[in-house]
Design a protein around this ligand. Structure first.
Ligand code: G6P
Length: 582
């Protein structure tokens, strides 16, 4: 989703801004732009499409001398992806980039237009920019404070004010951080954008205003200066490189055994939350993180005998939730910045309910605000479609369950899982062959029951998000209640069958679609399940671990299918890595 970078310092900002924006590309965007400023003028250059288009424009237009600049990647919300709507926006003496959504933009726009302010774009961002300009006489802090007090919604702003050789920033419900260099300072919405320059950073808290010049960073809260703690990031610059792989998605799948091993050694001897203490568990998340939740819930109910509800965060935040006296809300998020997941977490906290975060990004809002946070340590995940983070989230939930029920045998068995997974990944060409047999399909279906169905949901999502093949996952017994009418000759149907208790039942459903000439791909853990066309057998393990072996095969099928279709695998159309708007 949208990304922000900003620079003030001894160098020309252009290089940092472009490099920083490139590091944010993975988040998903459809236009970009930068603003450069010196004492006399502001230059804004914007472009639709990839950053390389912006770079081309920068080469064509001579950039002004500057030591101050802001940049932005935009993922369209208010108004289509075109140059007028792209950021930065400039109104009067204020130039601004924005992440988030201003919810009362429409009424503010009317108010501004009634005063004669003319706005060029359809964006909520330009409204915010105009509002700051309205309040700006000569006191930047006062103007930003007054304007932001009138805004509803979420924002991270990078701001330039004509005549001030400083960079200003403020945030609410959207991340923004400050980077500290030598005679140069930075802002960015994601540490990855500035890690090539500095690993020293601080997080801006809600409502704090940062004022940066080359030699000094000041932060104000309610117009009083506050001290900021400077933290050190251990993020590796090269963690955002493809290391010889053609795509980040494949690189990240191939990293799974290593990061899984790291996760096991990080947590095997640690105390983890004891789920037996709670009356009930709620898992809230979005996208793949919610599907991991379904895998976890299946284990929690089977092994801990605890009721566990899984809800997508965008529903949970608005619905009537009935909390039992001792409820634990588990919040799962790779980025830790998904707007709906943050809102769901805050709802639980407002209700006095305990929250546990399972998060990848240490500096994120969810990691900081949950009562307890467990980091999965996946490293940077660049491909929009999550892979290694899913596996680690599933593994961590399994570990919590194993520790709750004190399943020592499973804890021992878990150490073997990275080895078994490595063997599967070493055979990855098998899944290229699968993809070769179905990449021209228009539709695909995934069927399974129980925990197998939870895996189907992820397999189906992976396939559709990167290959654009229409795909649906069904509880195997449910398909015949309508959707089976879509099964015709050659339609790929993936059956996941790992749970012996219901294997025969799913197999009967496989026969139903086979009789209607579907092509059956089975992923199972036993020779006993017949091969109807393609069959891949993962090693048989206890139920905690089957998702860690099956889901990577589905990730590979999605990956290779998209590759054969010649698509932009790491940045699928319309998708964002971190969905920071609701
Ligand atoms: C986006 C990503 C998904 C991810 C979901 C939740 O839709 O494309 O891959 O599962 O957001 O993200 P989170 O960062 O909260 O795990």
């Amino acid at each position: 989703m949208c990304g922000i970078v900003g620079y003030v310092g001894k160098k020309h900002p252009k290089e940092f801004l472009i490099n920083g924006l490139k590091k944010l590309e993975y988040r998903g965007y459809d236009s970009s732009g930068i603003a450069l400023e010196n004492e006399e003028e502001t230059q804004i250059i914007k472009s639709v499409g990839k950053i390389v288009e912006l770079e081309k424009k920068l080469q064509e237009e001579k950039s002004i001398t500057a030591t101050l600049g802001i940049g932005h990647t935009r993922w369209a919300t208010h108004g289509e992806a075109n140059e007028v709507n792209a950021h930065p926006h400039k109104v009067g003496r204020v130039t601004l980039v924005h992440n988030g959504i201003i919810e009362n933009a429409r009424e503010l726009r009317k108010e501004l237009e009634a005063k004669g302010v003319s706005l060029k774009s359809e964006t909520d961002t330009e409204v915010a920019c105009a509002l700051i300009n309205e309040y700006y006489e000569d006191n930047p802090i006062e103007a930003i404070t007054k304007a932001t007090k009138r805004l509803k919604g979420s924002y991270a702003f990078g701001i330039l004010l004509e005549g001030k050789d400083k960079l200003y920033a403020i945030r609410k419900d959207s991340p923004l951080m400050i980077g500290y260099g030598e005679q140069e300072n930075y802002i960015a919405s994601d540490i990855a954008a500035m890690i090539q320059e500095t690993n020293r950073y601080s997080l801006l808290k809600e409502g704090e205003i940062a004022v940066l010049d080359p030699n000094k960073v000041q932060v104000f809260y309610e117009e009083k200066e506050v001290e900021k703690e400077i933290l050190e990031s251990n993020l590796k610059e090269d963690s955002a490189s493809k290391s010889g792989y053609e795509h980040f998605m494949l690189k990240e799948i191939m990293e799974e055994p290593t990061v899984l091993r790291n996760l096991i050694s990080r947590y095997e001897d640690k105390d983890l939350p004891d789920l037996s203490q709670y009356d009930e568990i709620h898992i809230v998340a979005c996208g793949s993180a919610m599907y991991v939740g379904l895998v976890g819930a299946s284990l929690i109910e089977e092994k801990c005998k605890k009721k566990c509800y899984v809800e997508c965060a965008s529903e949970y935040r608005y619905k009537t939730v009935l909390y039992r006296p001792k409820t634990l809300v588990i919040v799962i998020s790779q980025s830790g910045e998904t707007a709906d997941t943050i809102a769901a977490m805050r709802k639980a906290k407002e209700n006095g309910v305990e929250t546990l975060g399972i998060v990848n990004t240490e500096t994120s809002t969810i990691a900081r605000e949950c009562d307890k946070t467990l980091l999965i340590g996946a490293g940077v995940e660049v491909a929009v479609a999550t892979t290694k983070a899913y596996i680690l989230q599933a593994a961590l939930l399994s570990l919590i369950v194993m520790k709750t029920v004190k399943d020592e045998d499973a804890l021992k068995e878990m150490k073997q899982i990275p080895i078994l997974l490595q063997k599967i990944l070493d055979e990855k060409e098998i899944f290229l062959d699968v993809a070769k047999s179905m990449y021209k399909a228009e539709d695909a279906f995934f069927i399974g029951r129980g925990i197998d169905y939870a895996m189907c949901l992820e397999g189906s999502l992976k396939l559709k998000e990167v290959s654009y093949i229409h795909s649906e996952a069904f509880q195997a017994g449910e398909l015949k209640h309508g959707t089976i009418s879509l099964i015709k000759k050659g339609v790929p149907v993936f059956a996941i069958i790992t749970d012996p208790a219901i294997a025969d039942k799913t197999e009967s459903n496989v026969m139903e679609v086979k009789s209607r000439d579907a092509f059956i791909y089975t992923i199972t853990n036993t020779e006993e399940i017949p091969n109807h066309g393609f069959r891949y057998i993962v090693p048989k393990t206890s139920s905690y671990f089957e998702p860690l072996l099956v889901v990577p095969t589905l990730q590979l099928i999605g990956y290779y299918t998209a590759k054969l279709r010649g698509l932009d695998i790491d940045k699928p159309r319309n998708l964002a890595k971190s969905v920071t708007v609701e």
